[in-house]
Design a binder for this molecule. Structure first.
Ligand SMILES: Cc1ncc(COP(=O)(O)O)c(C=O)c1O
Length: 464
């Protein structure tokens, strides 16, 4: 097979190669439930390119097979550990086409149709989230980058680019990417100030107001308040509307990290879980986390899209001027980037409104079903209105809880049920993310039984 597709004629060898690669992928996906979520062992093929001639198609496929066999399997029904659902089939195909097109969202002349598609899909999300007409956005490779870009825009709008003492306020349970962002932005070590949460894991509004007063008395300026719509460990949603009202009173930028919760705004049956989202100045959403869009898929939406351009545009003097609005490369931190929007767009087209609603409802129903079966007299259960739940023994010392978490996670893995083990507020929890559409009630019955059973000898967990 030639290393580059012929520009002159249809290449049957390329077609056969792609078909064989697809067949192997279909086989890997179709045998997911026969293995566990984690591979039994992982052997990597040789890394360096062959010293002289390149590999044949067959040898390339064998190399690919080895990598596939060592991969995490999100399509296994027991893959419940993280916010990494099975991929939508249309999204897989779009990823392949995206690679074949090899367009570049940096500039319009390198992605004429796809730049427009990105703008339109951002506008569609903005409209569904209730943002004003002048809203717009940009795709980014992951939520951490979207959060960083949002904070850069917020700081610029507050005119605090040259103040290293400037501060961001977020809840104690907000995602660590905010800390990374403040470091990258050259801010002081305490620039991310964490506000306590209530018993539901939501930011404490009184504490937030109090923190603002303290900052004022210290002469420090705040340039953004970050609300989290779906915290990482329990899926709590901060009180968005009251936070927006407070920010409006104080003249502060409200960024909503809706990496997890944003998708729920797309369906009228679940939108109330993220009420108030529309009042944000910027919103980050990660369709990769629940909707099954292949990674990476993250959008940063800004209530006034011109703010993105004014924060990031450098002009691109080596490119033709943009035909529409600003070039993709002028709307964010990234330069060259793939048309990630393709798999988002096609995935949503595949699902349709009904499919989106079913995915979101199903995820919440699975969380409720599991929650109802857990022994709440002996387990501390942390959850919120979404599809994430974490638990740990209520009546055990910290070290015992840690032992319990290690032993129980392993026991669950032995039954092909994979939960994660977050360290949260000084204690280990086992966390289940119920976004996997392949998970049936039988799997959840087994999960609940094993978790409840793990408590029988709770004071010193011992498993055979
Ligand atoms: C609430 C929240 N925000 C941001 C992120 C970061 O997203 P990413 O991993 O795509 O960078 C995560 C990741 O889990 C998250 O849970």
């Amino acid at each position: 097979m030639a290393p580059f597709a012929s520009p002159d004629h249809f290449d049957p060898q390329l077609q056969a190669f792609l078909e064989q690669a697809s067949a192997r992928l279909c086989d890997w996906l179709g045998s997911a439930s026969h293995r566990g979520p984690l591979p039994a062992l992982s052997v990597l093929p040789e890394v360096a390119p062959p010293s002289r001639h390149g590999l044949s198609s067959d040898a390339l496929l064998e190399d690919l097979q080895l990598v596939m066999e060592g991969a995490f399997q999100p399509s296994h029904p027991g893959a419940l550990a993280h916010l990494d659902p099975p991929p939508l089939t249309a999204s897989i195909a779009a990823d392949l086409i995206c690679a074949g097109l090899n367009n570049n969202l940096l500039a319009e002349e390198l992605s004429p149709g796809l730049s427009r598609l990105e703008r339109q899909i951002c506008s569609w999300f903005a409209e569904r989230f209730g943002l004003p007409f002048k809203a717009g956005g940009v795709a980014a490779s992951g939520g951490s980058l979207s959060n960083l870009m949002a904070l850069v825009v917020a700081r610029q709008q507050a005119n605090l680019q040259h103040d290293p003492q400037a501060v961001v306020l977020a809840s104690a349970d907000a995602h660590v990417s905010l800390l990374k962002a403040t470091r990258v932005m050259g801010l002081a070590a305490d620039a991310l100030q964490r506000v306590p949460v209530d018993e539901g894991g939501r930011i404490d509004l009184n504490a937030l107001e109090h923190q603002l007063k303290i900052l004022r008395s210290q002469g420090r300026r705040c340039f953004a308040v970050v609300a989290t719509a779906g915290t990482t460990v329990r899926g709590a949603v901060d009180p968005l509307a009251p936070m927006a009202a407070l920010c409006a009173r104080e003249g502060l930028w409200l960024h909503v990290d809706a990496a997890i919760g944003g998708a729920f705004a797309l369906s009228s049956s679940t939108a109330s879980a993220v009420d108030g989202l529309a009042q944000a100045d910027s919103i980050m959403v990660n369709p990769q986390k629940l909707l099954g869009i292949t990674k990476t898929s993250s959008l940063l939406l800004v209530a006034d899209r011109t703010h993105l351009e004014s924060a990031f545009s450098t002009d691109l003097p080596y490119m033709e001027p943009a035909w529409g609005e600003a070039h993709g490369g002028d709307m964010g931190l990234q330069g060259s980037r793939p048309a990630e929007v393709l798999k988002l767009w096609l995935g949503l087209r595949q699902l349709g409104e009904k499919g989106i609603e079913d995915l979101l409802d199903g995820a919440i129903q699975r969380r409720c079903y599991l929650q109802n079966q857990l022994d709440s007299t002996r387990l501390t259960i942390l959850t919120g209105p979404l599809h994430v739940l974490a638990c740990c023994p209520s009546h055990a010392a910290r070290e015992q809880v840690e032992q319990w978490s290690v032993a129980t996670r392993q026991r669950l893995l032995d039954h092909h049920l994979m939960l994660s083990r977050p360290l949260h507020q000084g204690r280990y929890f086992l966390k289940a993310v119920l976004g996997n559409p392949h998970t049936q009630s039988g799997h959840l019955d087994q999960l609940a039984a094993l978790l409840n059973q793990s408590l029988l000898n709770q004071s010193l967990p011992e498993f055979p």
